[in-house]
Design a protein around this ligand. Structure first.
Ligand SMILES: Cc1ncc(COP(=O)(O)O)c(C=O)c1O
Length: 402
């Protein structure tokens, strides 16, 4: 596979807010167009009508069919590859499509996959579903020491999330990546919550970085997408073939919207993270609140790990909090906000509130929830781009009615 173009440009990488806008490198000189168009086509012409030979994409692969390659999707992949400092990137129709293809490209009967107990539920569920193909799934707490210990159990593949959901813990990915390298265990890092602005897992030796683009990268709650960024051309080729067979490439229109979204990633994420800290501090002082979970708070046990790992003093736009009382009080807040919508997902322009017992923790046993401190009075907030004073007022009003 010839992807030297991407690796060449990655070598002279510009700063991330510049790459987020210009990293696609698209320019149609003839028409004077530097915005990436939507190549809404399923097929591409064979240039040589005699031999019927297809033209090559800039990856050096056949360009004939949009299930395999598409110029709009490719432009997005170049941006994401640069933001995550990888050699190549593949975009998928969802974060789950990206994760499933990544698992399938590596696992075989007899493999053991280690997944955190506190991890995106469907990522974990799919790893468990692989038991029907002879793959064993082992769960460990998102606790650095426990994870490091379990890695020694003959693990074939592992996955961690940089910030966990719903308790917003920070795992020491650097330590885990180091141990994975020593043991030869490929490490998948789901960097969705922290974004490439806070952390680049490939720099620490992770095998691949995955993203649900649905969240901060597309950023507007109007696209579902995923991506895998890898550090080697060989891995990219293997995964490209899995994507081709699974038929899980992103659509050109969604790639276009994601290119539009990622251009403002830094401006959005910075504001969301600053507002999240302000709201976390506001809630921490509120008499109706029992506890706030946010790694940016000086009271958080995860702040020191975050400050060591993250490139900036920002801690993401998601926080969780416990309302004094129980389920009834938490649900009153969930139903009581006007601006903040009760809805799943995170990272978009609208602030969203979820009830983790019904979402992230729905497959957990009582013991597991207790171990992770997930209780009936817990709510998770994804902070959007609204004015932070309006968000505090909205939460304050909902809490005053409890
Ligand atoms: C951390 C994380 N990874 C992966 C996914 C799956 O992404 P998608 O919903 O785009 O398939 C999600 C979805 O919420 C997520 O939160």
């Amino acid at each position: 596979m010839n992807i030297s173009l991407l690796s060449e440009t990655a070598k002279m990488a510009r700063r991330s807010s510049t790459e987020a806008i210009h990293g696609h490198g698209y320019l149609d000189r003839e028409r004077g167009v530097f915005k990436v168009p939507i190549y809404q086509t399923a097929v591409f012409e064979y240039p040589d009508s005699v031999t019927g030979g297809p033209r090559l994409s800039d990856r050096g692969l056949d360009l004939k069919y949009s299930r395999e390659e598409n110029h709009t999707v490719r432009a997005l992949e170049k941006i994401l590859g640069k933001l995550e400092r990888g050699v190549d990137c593949l975009a998928f129709g969802s974060g789950m499509a990206a994760i499933v293809a990544t698992y399938l490209s590596k696992l075989k009967a007899g493999s053991k996959v280690l997944v955190p107990l506190e991890c995106y539920g469907t990522t974990q569920e799919f790893a468990q579903n692989l038991s029907k193909f002879g793959v064993e799934c082992i769960l460990a707490r998102s606790d650095t020491d426990e994870f490091l210990e379990r890695l020694g159990d003959g693990i074939s593949l592992t996955l961690v999330e940089t910030l966990t959901n719903p308790m917003v813990r920070v795992i020491d990915v650097k330590e885990i990546a180091k141990r994975c390298a020593e043991l030869g265990v490929p490490l998948i890092v789901d960097n969705t919550f922290s974004t490439p602005l806070l952390y680049n897992p490939l720099d620490d030796g992770a095998w691949v970085t995955v993203h649900s683009l649905t969240k901060y990268i597309a950023g507007h709650n109007d696209v579902v997408g995923g991506a895998v960024i890898m550090g080697s051309e060989e891995d990219a080729e293997v995964l490209w073939n899995w994507r081709r067979k699974l038929g899980s490439i992103m659509s050109p229109f969604d790639a276009f919207l994601t290119i539009r979204g990622v251009a403002t990633l830094e401006a959005r994420f910075e504001k969301q993270a600053r507002s999240a800290l302000e709201i976390a501090e506001f809630l921490e002082d509120h008499p109706k609140i029992e506890k706030v979970y946010y790694p940016g708070l000086s009271s958080s046990p995860y702040k020191s790990i975050a400050d060591r790992i993250f490139k900036r003093r920002l801690y993401g736009g998601v926080l969780s909090f416990k309302v004094r009382g129980g389920q009834r009080e938490a649900l009153e807040v969930l139903r009581g906000t006007e601006l903040i919508k009760p809805s799943p997902s995170l990272g978009g322009v609208e602030s969203l509130l979820t009830y983790p017992i019904w979402t992230a923790a729905k497959n957990m046993s009582r013991e597991q929830m207790k171990m992770l401190e997930i209780s009936e009075n817990l709510l998770r907030l994804s902070v959007g781009l609204e004015d932070v004073e309006d968000l505090k007022e909205d939460l304050g009003k909902a809490l005053s009615r409890v």
